[in-house]
Ligand binder design. Structure first.
Ligand SMILES: Nc1ncnc2c1ncn2[C@@H]1O[C@H](COP(=O)(O)OP(=O)(O)OP(=O)(O)O)[C@@H](O)[C@H]1O
Ligand SMILES: [Mg+2]
Length: 278
């Protein structure tokens, strides 16, 4: 679904990949898409990735963009395996890490990769695990040294600072980044964008228009979700389910209120969908 933060994220990703539309793709740089959880980073990356389908070439499949989902466990081998999976390679358990690295470098070249996206990149740069940290840095430098593609790291805010500490990585392109934030109600432009997003949900849900973008309704939605698309989606689905069970034609405040009650922290008494709101 299009909305301001999503457009901003996809525009940045496309620009990191291809600085000038229709020009040459970028090479040898590292860049970052950073932001708190559930702000739509993966969604934006998947959108751009889906636009760049693999093609069949004379000597096999060519992949202009690969999307690596970084593993949460398993050390260096799991990281290498995740890159291999993104390249569509079948890797025998018996292959040593150093042979696998060589095979990956060959396959990155053969399949003419132009852009590598590492999602959940905080798993590559765990602050407290020096072994993984050092391995990931070396692997990324080796990949960038092919001078064939740029690398985008998507992750939580701390990831940016850990990459930025590495002078050899930051030296490769200066680490351009896009910081994706939830919408901020106190910023008039953001508030407008958040209300447009509420309107989009209203239009796309299989109900009559419920008025999500009205000033009072959207403010309550903001209070409940703190302007975060992922949380907003959770409430839209949950309240929609209440409305369906109710046989209601609209999704009403009471449906959101029930959905909120079900999810609020133990001891929390406030419910932004009940009572008056300033
Ligand atoms: N533009 C959008 N339209 C519709 N749904 C979206 C959009 N962006 C994100 N979402 C939804 O919001 C939720 C969170 O998005 P996403 O997984 O991309 O967040 P993230 O920033 O990658 O979070 P994390 O850091 O936890 O991985 C998902 O359910 C996703 O489908
Ligand atoms: Mg994600």
């Amino acid at each position: 679904m299009g909305h301001a933060n999503h457009e901003a994220a996809t525009t940045s990703i496309r620009r990191f990949y291809m600085p000038i539309e229709g020009g040459n793709h970028s090479r040898g740089n590292i860049c970052a898409l950073i932001g708190p959880s559930r702000t739509g980073k993966t969604y934006a990356a998947s959108k751009v990735f889906a636009e760049c389908q693999p093609k069949v070439g004379a000597d096999g499949i060519k992949r202009s963009v690969i999307l690596v989902d970084c593993p949460i466990e398993g050390g260096p081998r799991a990281i290498l395996d995740s890159v291999a999976a993104a390249l569509g390679m079948n890797v025998s358990l018996r292959v040593t890490n150093s042979n696998l690295i060589q095979a990956l470098m060959r396959e990155l070249q053969r399949s003419e990769v132009e852009f590598v996206i590492f999602d959940e990149a905080q798993e590559l740069f765990p602050e407290k695990n020096k072994r993984i940290l050092s391995f990931s840095r070396k692997l990324l430098r080796k990949m960038l040294n092919l001078n064939q593609f740029s690398i985008l790291c998507i992750g939580l805010p701390e990831t940016y600072f850990i990459i930025a500490e590495d002078s050899q990585l930051i030296g490769r392109g200066g680490l351009p980044y896009k910081w994706l934030e939830p919408y901020d109600w106190s910023d008039p432009t953001d508030q407008k964008h958040f209300r447009v997003l509420c309107q989009k949900f209203d239009e796309e849900m299989p109900f009559e228009m419920s008025g999500f973008a009205d000033p009072g309704f959207s403010y309550r939605l903001f209070k409940a979700t703190k302007g975060c698309i992922g949380t907003l989606k959770v409430y839209m689905i949950a309240a929609g389910e209440y409305a369906i069970r109710d046989g209601s034609e609209k999704v009403e405040l009471r449906h959101f209120a029930d959905a909120y009650d079900e999810r609020k922290r133990p001891g929390e008494t406030r419910n932004p969908f009940r009572g008056s709101i300033s």
